[in-house]
Design a protein around this ligand. Structure first.
Ligand code: SF4
Length: 358
């Protein structure tokens, strides 16, 4: 397949590995932000092929993994109020403090799996007697379509559609990781699909402030290795610049239309991250102008005070402090059929990637 097989070319992979080996003179720890990149590194065996001195640290860029249990609890409480909760399929088995969406459905809750928030708008249009809530989860990649669903609903005058929002932002998360006293990250691979929306110029102040190279990367083996090579060259030469190794998708300013619709509906606000806690200005919240489409306000949803009682160390996994196999539950009480934490549920979660491929 064009634009895919060439990025899996074994000759390119060998050349990049050899270039990384030649350029590396000391230990460097590189965090890939995105769960899709983690998955590709693990699935393609790149962690074993990289030189010993290159340590890949898996970051918090799996949206399912970072959605807090308190938000799942809110979604469950909506289902118990006879609301139709619509969600992407990957959220269905993520544990809340007491139950997942799928378990709530088994108890009689109304749950609809969809592929787009615009399908939920259509559902609301066709069912004016039902309240439809879309679970709007994700990084900057999903925010434009979620924003569009609000604008469309507003134009249609729908009063039975709203969003339960858990939109997270990459740059504040990177800053929080760099501020952590246990941080041992020397450089980042930037998340390619997020940068396709945001562009990458906003990373420059971060690279400058913390003196860390940031190289935007794609997801195929040859792309990841090219980006790692560029990171290593910067580290070895004492540079800390923002580079783009995903030029086939990403441009410096990102997607102007997508950013405009995000800004129309959302503004930044404090956001809770699963296992990490609240990071200021790390999320998107619905603006006052569209408050009628905010399910938390519409249904007066309160924060749950319940806590998950198990030994899941998802927070340490998501901050890159621990690797999945260092969790005492990994492969014992926790596996993809019986996940104790979100990183084992999601196909982009580091624990699921290690379970399936390492
Ligand atoms: S292996 Fe399971 S319990 Fe351990 S951190 Fe991962 S998801 Fe949580």
């Amino acid at each position: 397949m064009k634009f895919l097989t060439e990025y899996r070319n074994s000759e390119w992979v060998k050349q990049s590995l050899s270039a990384i080996e030649k350029a590396t003179t000391k230990r460097w720890n590189i965090m890939e932000i995105c769960g899709g990149q983690t998955h590709s590194l693990v699935k393609n065996g790149l962690l074993e092929l990289l030189p010993e001195n290159i340590g890949m640290i898996h970051g918090p860029g799996c949206p399912v993994c970072v959605t807090p249990a308190s938000l799942i609890d809110k979604a469950v409480s909506l289902m118990e109020q006879d609301v139709v909760l619509c969600s992407f399929g990957d959220m269905l088995r993520v544990p809340g403090s007491e139950k997942s969406l799928l378990e709530a459905k088994a108890e009689g809750g109304r749950l609809q799996m969809l592929y787009s928030p615009l399908e939920a708008v259509q559902l609301a249009k066709e069912n004016p007697d039902k309240q439809i809530v879309f679970f709007a989860v994700g990084f900057e990649t999903t925010a434009p379509s979620n924003a569009l669903s609000v604008v469309q609903s507003s134009k249609l005058g729908l009063d039975n559609f709203s969003l339960l929002v858990s939109q997270v932002l990459v740059i504040p998360a990177m800053e929080s990781i760099l501020d952590d006293p246990y941080c041992n990250v020397n450089a980042f691979l930037g998340a390619g699909h997020v940068c396709s929306i945001t562009g990458y110029k906003d990373y420059r102040p971060l690279a400058e402030k913390y003196k860390v190279p940031i190289v935007v990367s794609g997801f195929e083996p040859a792309e990841l290795l090219l980006a790692i090579h560029r990171v290593v060259l910067q580290l070895e030469q004492g540079r800390h610049e923002v580079e783009n190794c995903y030029e086939r998708i990403v441009c410096v300013d990102g997607n102007a239309h997508a950013k405009k619709i995000m800004e129309e509906v959302f503004e930044t606000g404090a956001q809770e991250w699963r296992g990490i806690g609240i990071i200021p200005d790390s999320g998107l919240v619905i603006k006052e102008k569209y408050k009628n489409f905010d399910a938390v306000k519409k249904f007066s949803l309160k924060d749950s005070k319940k806590h998950i009682k198990n030994q899941c160390v998802a927070g340490e996994i998501l901050r890159g402090v621990k690797k999945p196999k260092e969790c005492p539950e990994f492969g014992k009480n926790c596996n993809p059929s019986h996940p104790l934490g979100a990183p084992m549920v999601s196909s982009e979660g580091a624990c699921a990637a290690y379970y399936n491929y390492v």
